[in-house]
Design a protein around this ligand. Structure first.
Ligand code: URP
Ligand code: ZN
Ligand code: ZN
Length: 542
């Protein structure tokens, strides 16, 4: 019996016990489905059991945290880091990994992914990587947790959450959720509260673009910002002026520009800067922290820099495509090549990426994501005659850790401690799960990578682990290779081989009121006391 049939059957049962029993069965059925599908991964749980050691000693590596690095051993017991110090002694039953000359770092946390997401139309434009293939790819590239964006179902947050809980049952690493807000009414406001207080969501995303699909207006953004503030949840924005983008798209079509280059030309950096500035000002007006996702241009970055200089709590997230690529691919004469680079905001002209890298290195932008949102070439071909129909999104969940190392650490732009900060620790702090995640400290989850700085990596759609048939980083060869990935105390990536455990990933609840909210109420008090109003006026004598 297939996975889907079992789920349909499960829905017919009302008793909780029956459903729980069926869920156990469906997990088993699903793992066989994956094995039978010959996905190319060694899926632990395909009829076999997880026999790997629960105790591991990583010996002699340079252990790197965001605040400090030292040569030390790391002892892992039952999925948790038990000790970090030089010369730890253990018995014969412990598996030992020699990490001499290598960096032992917290696994990457990707703050921005879209797995199994329906987007820009019908079912057929659901992203090609689901919670299994996307996470398997992540693990092969040294990322051990990600935060995915839940899309509401017909505007309902609870239905959206339920659907994503289902999708995520295939997980092989830990994950969290952001929630997207696409409409506003009392029900949405109430559901936001439930998401924060009961479901472990502490961030809500608002699209200022994709007119007619998920775009919201300023009135809704203001309501959302107020609600986020009261819940201690972080407001996130996709910052492009959607009305102006719509106009830009019409202009391109009128000029006869229908190919992928029209995508970039229709939504220039100034539209990203305008929406970034607007969102920052509105968040400043409400006095609540703001997170700008996928900062792609110098123009948007400078708006963030300006606000931060004035003391506003704004976080800027560049994505790896924006850091290391430029827009030349969109002009490629081969549609399949050009279309794979279509994402929003667009990958920009040469110069933007380097400036964004500098902003990351100076702390103007705080953490690096991917916006992993993969469509294969058949799906991209929906827009063969009209760039507006090309599903937006590129890959990156497997490549981010390598590309950031190669372009920023190997080139000397940032330190190894900064690397850990921008790929892992800062994300854990912002989404309030530090030091469970994002650190190599006693008590932290044993999500660890071992990177060899003297080894090299190569990117190709022939060898990557995403289900996509294309890769925007095709042919990239760079320095620094993630040789081992450990997730929850299990080695899942070693000798270029994945041994993933289907269904083993856990949902990580993220509490509200992260550090960005500290002292917010004091600014409100001083604002109120600065008003010198209402003025007590004498009534004029009649
Ligand atoms: O093109 C993109 N970025 N696709 C994913 C959805 C989004 O805007 O984040
Ligand atoms: Zn976006
Ligand atoms: Zn995105």
């Amino acid at each position: 019996m297939g996975f889907v049939n079992l789920l349909t059957m499960a829905k017919r049962f009302s008793g909780i016990i029956a459903i729980l029993l069926l869920l156990r069965l469906t997990t088993a059925a699903a793992s066989h489905e994956f094995c039978d599908a010959g996905m190319g991964y060694n899926v632990v749980g395909c009829g076999g059991s997880d026999s790997s050691s629960r105790r591991i000693l990583i010996k002699g590596g340079t252990v790197v945290n965001a605040h400090h690095q030292e040569v030390a051993d790391v002892y892992i017991d039952d999925g948790i880091i038990a000790d970090v110090k030089p010369n730890i002694k253990v018995g014969d039953e412990v598996a030992v990994i020699d990490a001499t000359g290598k960096f032992v770092m917290p696994g990457g946390i990707d703050p921005h992914t879209h797995l199994e997401m329906e987007f820009m139309g019908t079912d057929s434009t659901e992203t090609i990587d689901d919670f299994f293939s996307g996470q398997a790819a992540a693990l092969a590239g040294g990322t051990t947790m990600h935060i995915d964006f839940v899309m509401p179902v017909n505007g309902s947050l609870s239905l959206g959450f339920k659907a994503y809980v289902e999708k995520a049952k295939k997980s092989c690493m830990d994950y969290g959720f952001h929630m997207t807000i696409t409409k506003w009414d009392d029900t949405v406001a109430r559901e936001m509260e439930i998401m924060v207080k009961e479901k472990g969501i502490n961030s809500f995303k608002f699209f200022l673009a994709y007119k007619g699909i998920v775009m919201i207006n300023d009135e809704l953004l203001l309501e959302g910002l107020k609600k986020c503030k009261s819940l201690g949840a972080l407001a996130m924005v996709h910052a492009e002026n959607g009305d102006a983008v719509f106009e830009g798209q019409k202009r391109m079509i009128e000029l006869g520009i229908t190919g992928p280059e029209g995508h970039a030309l229709s939504r220039p950096p100034l539209l990203e800067a305008e929406a970034t500035a607007r969102a920052i000002r509105l968040a400043g007006f409400i006095n609540t922290p703001l997170y700008i996702v996928h900062v792609m241009s110098i123009d948007a970055m400078e708006e963030i820099a300006k606000a931060r200089k004035l003391g506003q709590r704004v976080v800027g997230e560049p994505v790896v495509s924006g850091l290391v690529l430029n827009d030349s691919g969109l002009w490629d004469p081969d549609f399949n090549i050009a279309a794979k680079f279509v994402m929003s905001p667009p990958i920009r002209a040469p110069g933007h990426g380097r400036a964004l890298q500098a902003a990351v290195s100076m702390g103007v932008l705080q953490l690096v994501g991917t916006d992993h949102c993969t469509f294969n070439s058949t799906q991209k071909a929906f827009g063969i005659d009209d760039f507006r129909k090309i599903p937006n999104g590129v890959n990156g969940i497997e490549e981010r850790m390598h590309l950031v190392w190669d372009t920023m650490v190997a080139s000397g732009k940032i330190s190894v401690t900064d690397y850990v900060r921008i790929t892992s620790t800062e994300c854990a702090r912002i989404f309030n799960i530090y030091p469970k995640k994002g650190a190599i400290l006693p008590g932290s989850d044993a999500d660890i990578i071992i990177l060899n700085p003297n080894s090299s990596f190569q990117i190709s759609s022939n060898s990557h682990h995403s289900r996509s048939d294309t890769n925007v980083y095709e042919g990239w060869i760079g320095k620094g290779k993630v040789e081992i990935t450990i997730v929850g105390g299990r080695i899942v990536w070693e000798n270029n081989e994945l041994k993933v455990n289907l269904g083993s990933g856990k949902y990580i609840k993220m509490p509200p009121f992260n550090y960005l909210f500290d002292g917010i109420e004091k600014a409100d008090v001083s604002y109120i006391s600065s008003l010198r109003a209402p003025v007590n006026r004498f009534k004029a004598m009649q």
